[in-house]
Design a protein around this ligand. Structure first.
Ligand code: NI
Length: 297
C-alpha cells in the first residue's frame, strides 16, 4: 500500500505516473491510496490521480469500480488475452463515457397524464426512466407495457408509495416484491432499480435491495414540481441545476410537469445533452443495494 506513495515522494511525478498506470488495473485501490494518503503531503498528487482516472480518454471511474483502459487505443492487450472482448462490451454499455448525458426520471405513475408524456418523448426520440407505484401499475398495466415497449426503463417505487426506511422489514420487503411482480406481469420486465419514496432509505433497506437485485436511485436535480405545480418554475429550476451526469426527478402524475418536459428537452438538446435511461447513465455499473445520485464526471 505504501509503495506507490514512497516512490512518488522520492522520485517525483513522471515515474509516479508510470507506477500508478501499472497499478490502475487493481480496481479502486491505486486511486484510493493516492487520494487519501498522499494528497496532504504531496501537492502534485491530484494531478497524478487524474492521470490514473482518465488516461487519454480511456479509463472511467464511477460507482465502486475503476475500469482500466476502457476504449483507449493502445492499452488493449493482444488477441486471446480477453481484453478486446471486455473493451467492446463496456463501450456498448457506456455511451456516457464521452457524451454529455442526463437521465430524466418520472415518479409515481402511471396516471392520466402519462400517456401525453409518452407522446412527447416519442416525438423527440427521448428515452426516460419511470419509477412506478405498484398499485398504479395494476390499475393501468397497458401504459406500463407501452412505456417499456417504447424503450424507457421501468423501475420500482414501492407499492403504496410507502416510507420504506421506516417500515418494519417484512412490510418493506412486501412493498418492493409486490411492485416487482406487478411490473413483471404488466410488461415482462423485471426492474433492477428502486427509488425509495421520499428518498427514505437506510442500511436495512440497502440490504433488502441488495438481496432483491435492485440498485437504489436517488436524484441530483429536484424542481419540487409537486409543490407549486407551476410549469415555468419546473423548467427554470431544472435548467438552472442540471449538469452532465445529473438524474432529474419529476412526476408524470402532474399535467403541469408534463407541459414543461418539451421545453426542458429542447433546451437541454440545444446544450448538447444526450438523454439516457438511468442504467445507461451509469454505464451498467450499478451494484444492487448501492445508492446513486448522479454519475460522477
Ligand atoms: Ni414518489
Amino acid at each position: 500500500m505504501d509503495g506507490p506513495g514512497l516512490v512518488r515522494r522520492v522520485v517525483g511525478g513522471v515515474l509516479a505516473v508510470a507506477v500508478c498506470g501499472a497499478l490502475s488495473g487493481f480496481s479502486g485501490g491505486a486511486e484510493r491510496v493516492a487520494s487519501a494518503r498522499d494528497r496532504p503531503a504531496v501537492p502534485e498528487a491530484p494531478a497524478v490521480v487524474r492521470r490514473v482516472s482518465a488516461p487519454a480518454g480511456g479509463t472511467v471511474s464511477w460507482g465502486r469500480r475503476v475500469l482500466a483502459g476502457v476504449g483507449a487505443p493502445g492499452v488493449v492487450g493482444p488477441a486471446g488475452m480477453g481484453h478486446p472482448v471486455r473493451e467492446t462490451v463496456i463501450k456498448k454499455k457506456d455511451p456516457c463515457a464521452r457524451a454529455k448525458c442526463v437521465a430524466l426520471t418520472f415518479d409515481d405513475g402511471p396516471m392520466g397524464s402519462t400517456g401525453r408524456l409518452l407522446g412527447i418523448l416519442a416525438g423527440r426520440r427521448v428515452r426516460a426512466t419511470f419509477f412506478l407505484v405498484g398499485q398504479n401499475v395494476v390499475k393501468d398495466p397497458e401504459t406500463v407495457r407501452r412505456e417499456s415497449a417504447a424503450g424507457h426503463e421501468i423501475a420500482n417505487h414501492s407499492y403504496t408509495h410507502a416510507d420504506l426506511g421506516r417500515l418494519p422489514e417484512g412490510k418493506a420487503v412486501e412493498e418492493v416484491t409486490r411492485t416487482q411482480d406487478a411490473i413483471r406481469l404488466a410488461s415482462g420486465v423485471t426492474p433492477v432499480l428502486l427509488r425509495p419514496p421520499y428518498g427514505s432509505t437506510d442500511k436495512r433497506l440497502a440490504s433488502i435491495a441488495r438481496r432483491m437485485g435492485l440498485a437504489q436511485i436517488l436524484w441530483t436535480v429536484d424542481p419540487l414540481d409537486w409543490s407549486d405545480r407551476d410549469t415555468d418554475a419546473v423548467e427554470r429550476r431544472v435548467m438552472k441545476s442540471v449538469r452532465p451526469g445529473s438524474v432529474v426527478l419529476m412526476h408524470d402524475i402532474h399535467a403541469t410537469t408534463v407541459a414543461a418536459v418539451p421545453r426542458i428537452i429542447d433546451r437541454l438538446a440545444a446544450r448538447g445533452y444526450t438523454f439516457v435511461t438511468v442504467t445507461e447513465l451509469f454505464g451498467g455499473d450499478l451494484e444492487p443495494g448501492g445508492k446513486y445520485v448522479r454519475r460522477e464526471p
